[in-house]
Design a protein around this ligand. Structure first.
Ligand SMILES: Cc1ncc(COP(=O)(O)O)c(C=O)c1O
Length: 485
């Protein structure tokens, strides 16, 4: 053994001195705490072009290491500001996320301990925590005993696992077709593509004027396909669409799927956790009869990104679809009560995501999580009322869960078509570029719609009122300018 292989430099140079670890660790904590404390005063969104960023950040990989303090400063000053502040109280675009402090701390612990959570052998304690967290989710969904699942990187990954499990359970039909609402999230189509189901065997079924799948149209599509020699195997319902927050008639979909012998998956990535709100629970009736449900704790359960979940009524079917038992993992068999989570999805090496949820629930309690969800819904309802009050604005879809879709009425209501879409696009651009609020748009029945998604515990009724007032004011100004042209 040479001197170099005995742990001396340069190999030891990848290790930090404990004092420097503490110092830099505190610096990172301070940066995050400061960011959180000042969120409302800063912009909700800030972007920069490649021309701006490349000179600041691009360069060859350095041969020698650099001072950590300087590097952290660069990251905090030149990298992190150029991103949507998704947890800003006026970040209302897409689906926001606002992780709890406990879940952020858990993320640090997860990275620092770097547990391999693919097998029970290598992660008994962490796997027990995942079993426990999944059992909480099972209870909230009112799934029967025995239901469980797996934590994933997000809703897209969970939808992929569901589609593959449905297809495998159906015996891998050669001409298998799947059915979803025309309002379903794009990740389902992508997942189908990954699973080898071509787009011509995906049936987007008509949705009604508020975005709920029309059950009669679903029945008709299934019969038509059967008559044409196709092999329906999966119905997907939405527990909250991304566009409008619409909840499909989940019980009717359960009846259809059962009656037809099809797998029934519900995409609750956005809205699934709203089942914890007593007012929403009845609207989700039928969810408990599904075969699988996608949940996304990194959305409406206040966790950091890459905390998603697939729940299944019968985990044996999930394991049948994904389990591979190579010789080199033969030591990892602890028997059926000791889950090897690598058997429930595509990841062998997995991080210990469950700790985030577990620590958050233990630290703040379920009452606080439920209250945060209910509060977001109440705030969205309040925004809807204000839109109705403001003569310049009109609703394009009723508030559902935390989502409200609306637009500015141009020309005192006389403007329509492309011109009206264009005016609303310009209002949105002005507000987003000012950094005051971040919002996104969508298309509803062919029209451009502005859209709020309220989720963050920091958002207040005043924030929403100020953004709506500003939309009306910017709209008035742009409308006057337009009419003078
Ligand atoms: C209804 C729905 N399904 C699936 C997804 C995809 O989830 P993820 O972004 O976590 O992959 C989203 C994301 O917004 C969603 O709203």
């Amino acid at each position: 053994m040479t001197d170099q292989t005995m742990g001396e430099a340069p190999f030891g140079a990848l290790l930090e001195d404990p004092e420097e670890m503490r110092r830099s660790g505190y610096e990172v904590v301070d940066a995050i705490v400061e960011r959180w404390a000042n969120l409302p005063e800063g912009p909700a969104w800030q972007g920069a072009t490649r021309d701006h960023l490349q000179p600041l950040l691009h360069g060859p990989a350095p041969e020698e290491g650099r001072d950590l303090e300087g590097l952290l400063n660069t990251i905090i000053r030149d990298v992190m500001p150029y991103a949507g502040r998704i947890d800003h109280p006026r970040f209302l675009a897409f689906i926001p996320s606002s992780p709890t402090w406990a879940s952020v701390l858990a993320s640090f612990l997860i990275a620092g301990y770097n547990v391999f959570q693919g097998t029970w052998l290598e992660s008994s304690g962490p796997s027990q925590i995942e079993v426990t967290v999944l059992d909480w989710f099972r209870e909230w969904l009112r799934y029967p005993a025995g239901g469980s699942g797996v934590l994933t990187s997000g809703g897209s990954a969970a939808n992929l696992l569901a589609i593959v499990t449905a297809r495998e359970t159906a015996g891998n039909p050669e001409r298998g077709t799947l059915y979803l609402s025309g309002q379903a999230h794009g990740s389902l189509e992508r997942a189908a593509r990954v699973a080898g189901i071509p787009s011509e065997r995906i049936r987007p079924v008509e949705a009604d004027e508020v975005g709920r799948i029309v059950p009669a149209a679903l029945r008709a599509a299934i019969s038509r396909d059967r008559a044409g020699g196709l092999e329906p195997f999966l119905v997907v319902g939405n527990a909250g669409t991304t566009n409008t927050g619409a909840i499909d008639p989940l019980a009717e979909l359960a009846d259809i799927a059962r009656g037809e012998g099809l797998w029934y998956h519900v995409d609750g990535a956005y809205g699934g956790f709203a089942i914890l709100d007593p007012g929403v629970r009845p609207l989700m009736a039928g969810l408990e009869r599904s075969d699988s449900v996608t949940l996304d704790p990194h959305k409406w359960f206040y966790q950091p990104y890459e905390t998603g979940c697939l729940m299944v009524r019968d985990p044996a079917l999930l394991e049948r679809a994904f389990r591979i038992a190579p010789d080199y993992l033969q030591d990892a068999e602890w028997g059926p009560r000791h889950v090897n989570f690598c058997d429930r999805g595509v990841q062998l090496t997995r991080i210990f995501r469950a700790l985030r949820v577990w620590l958050s629930v233990q630290r703040y309690g379920m009452a606080a999580h439920r209250a945060a969800i209910s509060r977001a819904i109440a705030l969205a309802r309040g925004a809807e009322s204000r839109i109705r009050e403001l003569p310049e604005l009109e609703l394009l879809a009723p508030q559902s869960l935390g989502i409200v879709c609306f637009r500015y009425r141009g020309g005192g209501g006389a403007l329509a078509g492309e011109e009206l879409d264009d005016l609303n696009r310009r209002i949105q651009d002005e507000i987003v570029n000012s950094g005051f609020a971040m919002m996104s748009s969508t298309r509803l029945r062919g029209h451009l719609s502005l859209r709020f998604c309220v989720l963050n515990v920091r958002t207040t009724a005043e924030d929403l009122a100020r953004v709506l007032d500003r939309i009306a004011a910017v709209g008035r100004r742009l409308d006057i300018q337009r009419s003078k042209l």
